[in-house]
Design a protein around this ligand. Structure first.
Ligand SMILES: CC(C)(COP(=O)(O)OP(=O)(O)OC[C@H]1O[C@@H](n2cnc3c(N)ncnc32)[C@H](O)[C@@H]1OP(=O)(O)O)[C@@H](O)C(=O)NCCC(=O)NCCS
Length: 169
């Protein structure tokens, strides 16, 4: 709790803060572009317009899922993450999910993703769900280092992935 307070204070001093996509609709095109470039191979049946519609829906929510948060330094978009009910076809028995986590490519490897996810999961804890899930094809150790546990290997339409979970809070 104390460490989290220090972290928030440090971010405040650096003018870094988390906002709802709801409050920054101007960022929807950039968020969609980042997520589409990273993850659209997992949903080949969905067009860019489908992704745009999905994020517009997320941006319409304030305190219910699906919801999207962005990490900003001043006006600069540093990272984005979504909290959603469903993220992987055929695995609807799991959820809710942390999804669409992206850090600006030129800012990776500096601890931004780790800190941002920690803050997003604190926000997620407010939804009072038992576990949060995510799936990743190639970042399993990144998440296990943060306390997530592997649930099972899984199959998407055209990719292999691993489902992980973390207890709420
Ligand atoms: C995955 C992702 C969100 C991680 O964000 P990030 O800001 O690079 O993450 P961090 O910097 O906190 O940690 C990444 C690595 O850098 C290391 N690191 C952390 N702080 C560091 C620092 N100050 N200097 C150098 N390396 C550091 C971490 O230990 C971690 O190492 P690992 O690769 O051995 O696990 C980012 O790479 C990304 O957007 N990838 C593309 C989309 C994606 O794959 N999203 C996840 C889908 S599940």
């Amino acid at each position: 709790m104390y460490a989290f307070g220090i972290l928030l204070l440090a971010l405040l001093i650096m003018n870094i803060n988390i906002e709802l996509l709801h409050d920054r609709p101007d960022l929807i095109p950039k968020v969609v572009k980042w997520c589409y470039e990273e993850f659209s191979y997992q949903t080949p049946e969905e067009s860019y317009e489908d992704w745009l519609a999905d994020f517009k829906n997320q941006a319409s929510n304030i305190n219910k899922l699906p919801i999207c948060h962005v990490l900003l330094k001043g006006d600069q978009l540093l990272a984005t993450a979504s909290l959603v009910e469903h993220d992987l076809d055929s695995y609807e028995h799991y959820g809710p999910w942390l999804a669409n986590v992206v850090v600006a490519p030129h800012l990776r490897g500096q601890g931004i993703g780790t800190n941002f996810i920690a803050q997003i999961m604190r926000i997620a804890s407010g939804f009072n769900r038992k576990f949060w899930y995510l799936h990743t094809s190639d970042k399993v150790s990144f998440y296990t280092k943060m306390g997530w546990e592997v649930v099972e290997r899984a199959n998407g339409v055209n990719f292999d992935t691993t489902i992980l979970r973390v207890a709420n809070g």
